[in-house]
Design a protein around this ligand. Structure first.
Ligand code: FAD
Length: 408
């Protein structure tokens, strides 16, 4: 711990927010002796004792993933009007991680290090110039503050109530001011249990568009955990949220009409909102604060996926910092080429919000599934990129590309 005035405790690195990004970066740091000499403080208002979310992603067996995968599938079902398929996604597997398993695993990893302190407290303010994090349990100063609790820029709302909603509206405003595209990915999931066998545990549904799109992109995915238990999630990409009852109505209809289920119990539920935007998050540190996670623009603009990206960025960022002795914010950003491709796809969905099923169906109909997934992971070769660009209908993409380029 550094010297400080009596009231403020000082640390080398303070994490404002210790959810996925904060924990992933901290765990990656401690793989390097460099960080074992540093004092780390992780602050979060939540003790992380609840399973508050489920993370899904695809990965090959060679990718370094925390040993907390709850379930994985080798193939994925896909349904859209005019195209249905069982997609063989080898060499990938679709994987599911329960939030709670990840939090416990990261907690155990961090517990081993005496230089790491964790604090449950409500962050009330961050003063970037001083690296000062004000909480209801005292003030803490960091040479570097890694912030994943709030969206970027000085955004602590005057009224700290409803912090989850406020950052989204701040981000929407920022996006509008910078003429960036902004959509929401919003979803409700039910973990359902049935009295009789109803699911094939080997067959997960990646996207099922067989429902009225109502001018938006709407689909359901189904993650069967056993023959009698599955997570069924209704997802929408659109500019605004639906009335609360609409998510449940969509789930009920899907269970009845597509899965032919009349008797089931909802044993857990989750609701989430993920910003999908090509707003360019600040590329420099803000004072002593570096934004990470959703607050740092880690969410892939065109798909809303963030789990594997966060792990990858955490590894690259911590590794480079350990090597050079200084944090390099460039390790946290998407390449300009993939940013442009994301912008175009997002713009297509913005211009014609119900085109999602057509776009994803054309990709999976015309291309090997692994190529599409590699593209979404931003691991594509140039040849792959050309093939992906040529798969969907060209007019909406040409128009979107022109709009994106004119905006720059
Ligand atoms: C329900 C849900 C499901 C998702 N599913 C997927 C998925 O399947 N695949 C995928 O790739 N991505 C998914 N995402 C997107 C993304 O991976 C997650 O949102 C991920 O958790 C983002 O990591 P993060 O660290 O930025 O935010 P978080 O994990 O939310 O961490 C932020 C932390 O900041 C803390 N915090 C916030 N405000 C304060 C405050 N005032 N004081 C103290 N602490 C504070 C919070 O308690 C939280 O722990 C999902 C998101 C949600 C919400």
């Amino acid at each position: 711990m550094n010297n400080a005035d009596t009231k403020t405790q000082s640390f080398d690195i303070v994490f404002a927010g210790a959810g996925l990004a904060g924990l992933a970066v901290a765990v990656e740091m401690l793989r390097h002796p460099f960080f074992r000499q540093k004092s780390l403080l992780l602050i979060d208002r939540d003790r992380k004792q609840q399973n508050d979310r489920t993370w899904c992603f695809w990965a090959t067996d060679d990718e370094p993933i925390p040993p907390v995968v709850h379930r994985s599938w080798n193939s994925c079902r896909f349904f859209a009007p005019g195209f249905e398929a069982v997609l063989d996604i080898a060499p990938y597997r679709y994987r599911m991680v329960r939030g709670l398993d990840f939090y416990h695993w990261a907690g155990r990893e961090l517990e081993q290090w005496p230089n790491v302190r964790r604090l449950t407290a409500n962050i009330q303010d961050i003063v970037p110039e001083r690296g000062l994090v004000r909480t209801d349990a005292g003030d803490f100063e960091g040479d570097v503050v890694l912030n994943s609790a709030f969206t970027p820029i000085r955004l602590l709302p005057e009224n700290t109530a409803g912090l989850w909603q406020s950052p989204l509206s701040v981000l929407r405003e920022k996006a509008q001011t910078h003429r960036a595209t902004f959509l929401l990915q919003h979803f409700k999931g039910w973990m359902v249990e049935t009295p009789a066998d109803a699911f094939d545990p080997d067959a997960m549904t990646f996207m099922d568009f067989r429902m009225e799109q109502q001018g938006e992109t709407r689909f359901v995915y189904v993650l069967p955990l056993s023959t009698r238990r599955a997570l069924v999630e209704f997802t929408v990409f659109s500019p605004a949220l639906l009335p609360a009852a609409a998510y449940e109505e969509a789930l009920r209809r899907y269970l009845q009409e597509q899965l032919c289920l009349r008797h089931y119990a909802v044993v857990e539920e989750e609701f989430g909102i993920i910003p999908m935007t090509d707003y360019i998050f600040p590329k420099r540190a803000e004072g002593r604060v570096i934004h990470i996670g959703t607050a740092g623009g880690f969410v892939k603009a065109s798909s809303g996926y963030a789990f594997k990206r966060t792990l990858r960025r955490a590894r690259a960022f911590a590794g480079a910092w350990a090597q050079t002795g200084v944090p390099d914010v460039r390790m946290l950003h998407t390449s300009s080429l993939f940013r442009l491709l994301d912008s175009v796809l997002l713009r297509v969905l913005h211009n014609q919000n119900d085109l999602g099923s057509v776009v994803f169906a054309s990709l999976f109909r015309k291309l090997p599934p692994a190529l599409v997934l590699r593209f979404l992971d931003e691991d594509s070769s140039w040849l792959d990129i050309v093939r992906v660009i040529n798969a969907p209908p060209s007019w909406p993409f040409s128009r979107a590309l022109a709009e994106v380029l004119l905006r720059r």
